[in-house]
Design a protein around this ligand. Sequence first.
Ligand SMILES: [Zn+2]
Length: 255
Amino acid sequence: MGLLSETDPPPFSHRPHREASPFVLVSDHAGRQVPSVLRDLGVAAADWDRHIAWDIGIHGVGVALHEALGATLIEQVYSRLVIDCNRAPGHPTSMPLTSDETPIPANVAATAVCRAAREAEILHPYHDRIAGELARRERAGEPTALIALHSFTPCMNGVKRPWHCGVLHHRDTRSARIMLDLLKGEPGLCVGDNEPYVLSETSDYTVPRHAEAAGLPYLELEIRQDLIADPSGQNEWAERLARLLPQYWARLSAA
Ligand SMILES: [Zn+2]
């Protein structure tokens, strides 16, 4: 039995590059679709507007950045509550039982068959597309940096977060150091260094799998959601990143 029906959208959206660019933009939490057979997962309508369902604002940033840079953009279309595409298959929060204190009833009740279908039809096709794009670029000899786009809630479990944006890094810190330096040069920005999260092999999947395992340079960028809640904020951040990313690449290439 299939999970996705003919009326459900494909699991990822791929906007191909228009110009030669070193950047592959990926967005694990850009969408909040739910396969029609899963209805609303038992989650109230108001909760679908919250950060638990998706990375608020990051789709607008990603599309505007794609437009500005001409770089390829691969986005997950389904909600992180259906399956979190920045978690390894089988991870305890891959299909969260609760998120920021909100229970997800359909995940509590999900059968092994349903879980396997979400992996097979949503998680794997998205990551296979990213892997395919990276492999194509490697064969073509195109230098590449993976740019993972995320947004974070200003307040989590009752704790306010002061950062406007954050750069996450793990073993390979070369790219993060450069981007942290560039972002800290922007007037008035409070920049988190491995904040609001620390990148790790267990808390993340996309960067460890596609970048660190392959020795590929990467940036995992987090933008606070209240700053990109509307199109003007999304464009402002896309313009900033479209200006800074080429500077980052130039510095990395010169190192
Ligand atoms: Zn995210």
